[in-house]
Ligand binder design. Structure first.
Ligand code: HAM
Length: 401
């Protein structure tokens, strides 16, 4: 993932594990405190373990990076903490791999951001994913179109977020929205046909502009990035309330209940934190859920086994064995050495259990003759080779593993 971020021109950034509580309550209100691991430190400061990294990165940007040329592309890996009921794929401590794109809101900027999220998951081996692209300005315009009050909107947003459409239908009916309008709103929230939304919102200039950007993003994703697994979906409203305009999510069907792998979009935090306002967007991938997806899809995780195990045959051979080990490490071989004086038989057995393909045995005779004994653990064949040929021999042997 790190390599993929770098290939897209992003730079890595790290922020502290805990922050002042206000950083997260400023936008989201006191309600979010229930989801935070908050504590007072010895100085009586109100702190919290970070639930996510967008607010910390934007705080950092406002404090330190505002003068940097734009757009600024920052990525991060970090542990996050949410006081939630743990279940499969939902943990109290979990990891995010994410990024923030600061200083552009062009369709190509947004398309590249979404393409990056998709590429990160594809390149680590996730096979089945489904992407959804929404827009909060359009959703708000729909609500206004159906004359829903601010209060009503706040009440139905969580239902839309949960995709609980049956419950949404009864709630809308209880709010007094006529049946015909309820079903129209439900259709528009779930349609993949952008022209239906354009027709419904033809008097709302801002919404139409956002729909046109949405169209361009989808076009660029497919024509320039070759990504066709994103569909329009206005029921993507995202839980965190700093978003505006474009929002997107990627799901992995393999995951079952907690199937959201990635979420992101455009948001507004810079001004709130005292900086000069500019467009910002980003996303975060749930790292743990990515691993769960790969496990469910039966991905074969690559291992990095030790290449070579060095065994000093006698006590006097320990210093030259350590020296040889260091030499091999400097040449880039993953090298381990017997540190517990097991004796040759047990040391070979140990190397076998660790699936180490090659052992080097160093005894007094070999030392005297400037040779070593190289044992191929797969065939059991031992050969004596001059010390100056070790590197070449090892490379040759490992090539055939
Ligand atoms: P989020 O949707 O809250 O967005 O989290 C992003 C991803 O983190 C989720 O899609 C999910 O895979 C993973 N995740 C969330 N909570 C848990 C949990 N309790 N256990 C395991 N995985 C979890 C954000 O955090 C935003 N900061 C993303 C963003 C960046 N928006 C703009 N820039």
């Amino acid at each position: 993932m790190r390599t993929t971020f770098l290939t897209f021109g992003y730079k890595e950034i790290q922020t502290p594990t805990f922050e002042h509580v206000e950083l997260f309550t400023e936008k989201s209100g006191q309600g979010i405190i229930d989801e935070l691991y908050t504590f007072a430190d010895k100085g009586g400061r109100n702190l919290t373990l970070r639930p996510e990294l967008t607010a910390p990165v934007i705080r950092f940007y406002v404090n330190q990076l505002q003068m940097e040329p734009k757009p600024l592309k920052l990525f991060y890996f970090g542990n996050c903490f949410r006081y939630d009921r743990p279940q499969k794929g939902r943990y109290r401590e979990f990891w995010q791999a994410g990024c923030e794109l600061i200083g552009t809101k062009t369709p190509e900027g947004q398309a590249e951001l979404i393409a990056l999220a998709y590429t990160l998951l594809k390149d680590v081996g996730v096979e089945k994913m489904q992407g959804a692209l929404g827009n909060l300005t359009v959703v708000r315009a729909l609500f206004n179109h159906f004359n829903l009050t601010q209060e009503q909107q706040q009440e139905i947003l969580p239902l839309i977020d949960k995709q609980a459409f049956d419950e949404l239908q009864s709630t809308l009916e209880n709010m007094g929205l006529p049946d015909e309008q309820t079903s129209k709103l439900l259709t528009l929230l779930q349609t993949t046909d952008i022209s239906l939304l354009e027709q419904a919102l033809q008097k709302d200039k801002e919404a139409l502009e956002q729909l046109s950007t949405t169209k361009k993003i989808l076009e660029l994703l497919s024509s320039s990035f070759g990504i066709t697994s994103f569909t329009l979906n206005m029921s993507i409203v995202r839980g965190l309330d700093y978003y505006k305009d474009m929002v997107f999510e990627i799901e992995a069907p393999a995951l079952g209940a907690e199937k959201q792998l990635c979420g992101g979009g455009m948001y507004d935090l810079v001004k709130l934190f005292g900086g000069t306002s500019l467009p910002t967007a980003g996303f975060a991938i749930g790292f743990d859920r990515t691993v769960l997806t790969l496990e469910t899809e039966k991905y074969h995780f690559p291992t990095c086994p030790t290449h070579v195990y060095v065994i000093p045959i006698e006590e006097e051979m320990i210093p030259p064995a350590l020296q040889l080990t260091q030499q091999l490490r400097q040449e880039g071989f993953f090298t381990d050495v017997d540190l517990v004086r097991r004796g040759v038989g047990k040391a070979l057995k140990y190397a076998n259990t660790q699936h180490i393909p090659i052992c080097i045995l160093l005894g007094p005779d070999e030392q005297k003759n400037n040779t070593v004994c190289l044992r191929d653990m797969n065939t059991g064949k031992q050969t004596t080779i001059p010390q100056q040929h070790i590197i070449k021999e090892l490379k040759q042997h490992l090539k055939h593993q």
